[in-house]
Design a protein around this ligand. Sequence first.
Ligand code: NAD
Length: 423
Amino acid sequence: MHATRTSSTEDVNPWQIAQEQLAQSAQRIGLSSAIHQKLAHPKRIITVSIPTQMDDGSWEVFTGYRVQHSLERGPCKGGIRYHPDVNLNEMKAMAMWMTWKSAVVNIPFGGGKGGVACDPERMSQRELERMTRRFTTELVDVIGPEKDIPAPDVYTDEQVMAWIVDTYSMNKGYMVPGVVTGKPLALGGSQGRRGATGRGCLCIIEEVLRVRNELREGLTMAVQGFGKVGSVVARLAAEKGFRVIAISDVRGAVFNAHGLDASDLLIYARENGSVAGYPEAESLPRDDLLLLECDILVPAALECAIHKGNAEQVSARIIAEVANGPTTPEAQTILEDKGIFMLPDILTNAGGVTVSYFEWVQSSQSYFWSEEEVNTNLHRIMLKAFHDVYNTAQRNSTSMRDAAMDLAVSRVAEAQRLRGIYP
Ligand code: NAD
C-alpha cells in the first residue's frame, strides 16, 4: 500500500517549487543572472526504459530516471527511489535540493537523484533485482565514483545498492565499491551510515533546543513515517529523554501519551508489517498524527505531507523536516504565521549525505573508520551547518529555510564563479 503525496487540492509540482525557491534566494543574495540561469537547469537528465521479465514469464517495461543537477563542487550525489509516483519533475526537484543540501553541510558533492516508477511492494526480490541490474546497466556510462554516486531512498535499501555495485563492477571488469553509498558493510559500506540521517536530525533538534534554552527531557515528539529514517529518529529521541507520543506509517498511526517504546514498536512493525494495531498504544487515523499537540513534529515519510489543507491545524511548536520537501510553500507560510519554528529539510536530513561522503572517502582509500569516528565527525559537521544557517538567519532576519537556501546557493555560486561557465 503506497500513499500518494498529498490529499489537498493544491496542485503541487515539486520542480516549480524548487525553481521558485531558487529564484527567491537569487533575489535575496543578488545572484548574477548567468549563474541563476545555469543553476535553474539540471546539467543532465537521463530517461531510460527498463524491460524486466516478471516471475510469471511476462515482461514489463518500467521507466527510470537519473537527474544530475550540478557538478560544480564535486560528483553528483543523491538517492534512488522506487515508487509508483516517481516522475521527472520530482527527480529534477530532488536533484536540485541535493545540490543545496551538500552545500549546506559544505561537502564536495553536487546534487543528483534517480528513481524508477514501479510498485516495489508488489514485486518479488528476483523481479526487483532484474529491474535494478538493467537500470544500472543503462546508467553505467554516467554514474561512478567520480561522476555520480547513488544511494538508498524510499523503498530502496542496502540490497539494492549491492546489486548496483555488482552490476557496475561486472561492466567495468573490477570491483568499484565507490559507485554507491549506503551499501552493506561486507561490500565496503560505512559504519554508522544506516542511522546517519536520523542521528543527524537529532543533532539539529538538540542544538536548536540548546540555543533556545529549552530542556529536552519530557518534550513530546510525533514522528510521521517509521522507515529507515523515522525509526532511527524515534529510537534515538526516546533514548535521549524525549517522550515519543505518536508514530505512523503508511498503514496507520499509534498514540501513547506516556511515550512509546520505539524499539519494541519496531519489532512489532517488522513482525506485523505496520505499526497499526500495536497493543501498547491507542490507534489513531493515520494523518491525524500531523495535527497532534506536541513540542516537536518530525515528518519522515514523503513530500507534501503538510499542505494548505491541514497546515492550519498543525499544533506542534517545532517542525523538524527529516523527509525531503514535506511542507508545501503555502503550508510553510501558514506555519510561520502560526509561529511554528521550522527546521528545513536541506539542513535537518543532511546527516545521510554527510556519512555518505565519509563512506565515499573510505571506499576510495580502502581504509575504514570506527562507528565512533563516523558519529563524532557527523556531529561536528551537523553542528557547524546548524550554526552557519542559524547565524545567517539571525544576521539577515530570515527563516531558517531561507537562510539555508541562501547559504547553499552562495556556496555553489562561488564555486561556479571561480570556475567560470565553460567555455
Ligand atoms: P523508507 O521507505 O524506509 O520509509 C518511509 C516510511 O514512510 C515508511 O514507514 C512508510 O510506511 C511511511 N509512509 C509512507 N507514506 C506515509 C504516509 N502518508 N503517512 C505515514 N507514513 C507514511 O524511506 P526513508 O529512507 O525512511 O525516507 C523517508 C524520507 O526521508 C523521504 O522523504 C526520503 O527522501 C528522506 N530522506 C531519506 C534519507 C535516507 O538516508 N534514507 C536521507 C535524506 C532524506
